[in-house]
Design a protein around this ligand. Structure first.
Ligand code: AHR
Length: 548
């Protein structure tokens, strides 16, 4: 709800605000103040990136249905997915893993499809792996480098390839770079690419040097990994591409992994930092035990059946991103004083316990609710607020896995609430993040029978010319937030709202009810520089303001 402003009065009581309306003085409980003259940095479109791993139903069933499928496809790739991806301007997609990447031999996925080898998938022994055999266990390699590049081209995304550091020599990494980027007709590998119908080089810029090298990616110490990183990156053929090499960063709050890696890396001189474009943090929101356990299995909750405490607990888990970014950035700065290396968060999202996947073969598949949508929104807002530090984000994962934007099985395809958030937030891409102050009473709730609280409103704002985009999360499960919006340095000419919310915090889409949760547009008429907006309970809101 928006009311035209007549006069603004600051409330006498500390922190309260009041608005003189035609109906009398109205107390404002919250305020958002956009400071146009305090730019943070350009919001890299790559912050709105994705991740697709050969895991469960992501590639086979999700992306790749095959050229001879009855499911509408574009050269084997699910057409509905391509169409929906275009709507969110995907920017960048990371592939082929994840943990899978460090067991993947890219040679297996090139050349004639019918001649490609079948291989055991990295995830075959996961405890949730169903009895059913299929490509989730034995990869047919029908989706390889050329298919992935075509997927990127069709969706308008850039490729981000994760190289195998654990189980292949560095030479194979150079070979993959050559296969992708060498001019046609110049090397045997570029000829192989051309023979597969891709004469023009792919010009892949983003390369991950391993994945989670502290765990599935080799079980290294940070010192050992730094040595491996130096070895892998000491020589990489460029072919005129400004390569961006990404280091396998920490697991959540493991600051020692960051500290030790950076110190070891520069043992051969500060120049070594020049080979490192980004440092990739992973952070999943999974532990809803309220501090009772750190057990990876026991700490998880159900994706659909959660109570109010778990609602706030998972939001709190996701909100750790703010401190993780600040903390790792500070540690990186101990060595990299000019901050030439940026942060990348190439895996993030909710991770619930198994049981809500659309099909048993969709390992780590889960149903995303409104709660996950709020997590997507508050995470993207966090990235925007740190646009000077974070240059790429990749939600895990694109389809049929974890914090998916899409769920598909055979000919069925739906978007999740997370998709809607990405579509709403795409308006921030490439704009300038500007500092924005949110003041709202904290949400009070109980945590294991004791009083607890969570922030009342958070979000981010960005400016492009006269267009201001303000995105806001109201985490309160049942209370709307009447909020005064102030834009310092301009007057608001018009405002349009788009809101994702539901009365049931468990709201989600399904194959039987695919449009249960969708955002709604709200035309808002404003005149004057200030206005009041009511943020619905449990909501994600995008306000698009035209400034005069
Ligand atoms: O996204 C699922 C898995 O989570 C990835 O393969 C791995 O990198 C992380 O542990």
């Amino acid at each position: 709800m928006i009311m035209e402003r007549r006069e603004f009065l600051r409330g006498a009581a500390a922190g309260s605000m009041a608005l003189l309306t035609p109906y009398g003085v109205q107390r404002m409980e919250a305020r958002v103040e956009v400071l146009l003259d305090e730019p943070i940095g350009t919001i890299s479109p790559d912050l709105y990136g994705h991740f697709a791993e050969h895991l469960g139903g992501v590639i086979y069933d999700g992306i790749w249905v095959g050229e001879n499928s009855k499911i509408p496809n574009t050269g084997g790739i699910r057409t509905a997915l391509i169409d929906h991806m275009r709507r969110i301007k995907p920017s960048v997609v990371r592939w082929p893993g994840g943990c899978f990447a460090d067991s993947y031999d890219w040679h297996d996925g090139v050349g004639p499809r019918s001649a490609r080898p079948r291989r055991t998938n990295f995830w075959i022994d996961d405890p949730s792996m169903p009895q059913i055999d299929g490509p989730h266990k034995y990869d047919p390699n029908h989706f390889g480098t050329n298919e992935f590049m075509r997927f990127c081209r069709l969706t308008g995304a850039q490729p981000y390839l994760a190289a195998n550091l654990r189980s292949l020599p560095a030479k194979d990494f150079y070979g993959w770079v050559e296969y992708c980027n060498a001019p046609a007709g110049q090397t045997t590998l570029s000829d192989l690419r051309a023979a597969g119908g891709e004469r023009e080089p792919f010009n892949v810029r983003f390369w991950g040097i391993g994945n989670e090298s502290w765990g599935c990616g080799g079980n290294f110490t940070a010192d050992e990994y730094a040595v491996e990183f130096r070895r892998f990156t000491a020589w990489v053929p460029r072919y005129g591409v400004n390569l961006a090499l990404v280091g396998a960063g920490p697991n959540g709050g493991d600051l020692e992994w960051t500290r030790r890696f950076f110190n070891k890396l520069v043992e051969k001189g500060q120049g070594q930092l020049g080979n490192l474009y980004g440092w990739a943090l992973h952070h999943y929101s999974w532990n809803v035990s309220r501090g009772q356990t750190t057990d990876w299995v026991k700490g998880k909750g159900d994706a659909l059946n959660f109570d109010l405490e778990e609602w706030y607990e998972l939001l709190r888990e996701a909100d750790r991103m703010e401190n993780l970014i600040a903390a790792h950035w500070a540690v990186m700065g101990e060595v990299d004083r000019t901050h030439r290396v940026k942060l990348i968060v190439d895996e993030w999202g909710s991770w619930h316990r198994p049981g809500t996947e659309a099909h048993p073969t969709h390992l780590l598949g889960q149903t995303s609710t409104l709660r996950d949508a709020l997590i997507a929104a508050l995470t993207l807002d966090t990235f925007n607020r740190h646009a000077d530090k974070v240059v790429m984000g990749n939600v895990a994962q694109l389809i049929n896995c974890l914090h998916s934007l899409f769920v598909a099985h055979e000919d069925k395809f739906i978007v999740t609430p997370n998709f809607h958030v990405f579509e709403m937030y795409a308006a921030h891409q490439g704009a300038t993040a500007v500092r924005t102050l949110f003041s709202a009473p904290r949400v009070s709730h109980t945590r294991l029978g004791k009083p607890a609280s969570f922030w009342g409103l958070e979000g981010s704002a960005s400016l492009r010319g006269k267009q201001l985009v303000l995105t806001v999360v109201n985490p309160h499960a049942s209370e709307a937030r009447e909020t005064e919006i102030v834009v310092r340095g301009a007057r608001v000419g018009s405002c349009q709202a788009r809101v994702l919310s539901a009365t049931d915090i468990h709201a989600h889409n399904s194959f039987t009810n695919p449009r249960a949760l969708e955002p709604r547009e709200q035309m808002v008429s404003v005149s004057g520089g200030l206005f009041v907006y009511q943020f619905l309970p449990a909501s994600v809101t995008r306000l698009q303001l035209t400034l005069t």
